[in-house]
Design a protein around this ligand. Structure first.
Ligand code: MN
Length: 236
């Protein structure tokens, strides 16, 4: 390989339950508008529309039990607890069976959102990049590998702030199942091994504050814990 002018960035990876090796992350895709009660709490009504997709950079990822600095440029950062799929195979215009077969494992994630910037973006029909794809915006827990293909999905999905229950949904409430999301996403992108897909959040989203301890849980998966720290100053 040719030498590069700057050192290449480190490989981003997540621990895997029961495994010494880690899951190397390629890209992070996210679905929005996938639970009717969350669409309603955001002022929407039309649940028939397909979910929206957006991305976060892989280095926005924060591992379990690592601190998240309160992001600058926002006064209203919200939590969104979400089921995350980790892909073990590539997918392009996939069938449902191919999509199901490509899911390596599942994890708990939180799609941190600058709600104030998202509201501005929606008002002007602008992109969500500043609202969604900022540094440290994707805390994610360890991946639980699937021991059999994903079947009917159900189970509690919850988020606590300082032990106070804020989001309390069920995976069965998803409008688009994880497999259908993958089929749809694979029509838009050549999905690759190592890609992560956040699958949307149930109702109960709200602000986080400096000093908050966040715990996100999904039945059957390892929980995700992180703490919101003071903003960090730019050092460069
Ligand atoms: Mn979300």
């Amino acid at each position: 390989m040719k030498k590069t002018v700057f050192s290449p960035p480190p490989i981003i990876s997540i621990p895997i339950k029961g495994c010494d090796e880690r899951f190397a992350v390629r890209r992070i895709f996210c679905a929005g508008r996938n639970y009717a009660d969350h669409i309603r709490e955001m002022g929407g009504t039309d649940s028939e529309k397909p979910p929206v997709f957006f991305t976060k950079p892989a280095d926005a990822l924060v591992s379990d039990r690592h601190d998240v600095p309160y992001p600058r440029a926002s006064k209203d950062v919200h939590h969104e607890v979400e089921l995350v799929m980790a892909l073990g195979k590539p997918l392009c215009c996939a069938s449902e069976n191919q999509a199901r077969d490509a899911i390596y494992g599942l994890a708990v994630g939180v799609d941190l959102t600058r709600r104030d910037l998202q509201a501005q973006a929606k008002k002007h029909a602008g992109p969500w990049t500043s609202a969604k794809a900022f540094d440290h915006s994707a805390p994610i827990g360890a991946i639980s590998p699937l021991d059999k293909p994903l079947g009917e999905l159900g189970g509690a999905i919850r988020l606590f702030i300082n032990d106070d229950l804020r989001q309390d949904g069920d995976l069965a409430q998803m409008l688009w199942s994880p497999v259908r999301l993958l089929v749809s996403l694979s029509e838009l992108f050549d999905l690759k091994t190592g890609d992560l897909i956040f699958t949307g959040t149930p109702a109960g989203v709200g602000p986080v504050s400096i000093g908050d301890n966040i715990r996100a849980e999904i039945e059957g998966l390892l929980p995700l814990n992180f703490r919101i720290q003071a903003r960090t100053e730019c050092t460069t």
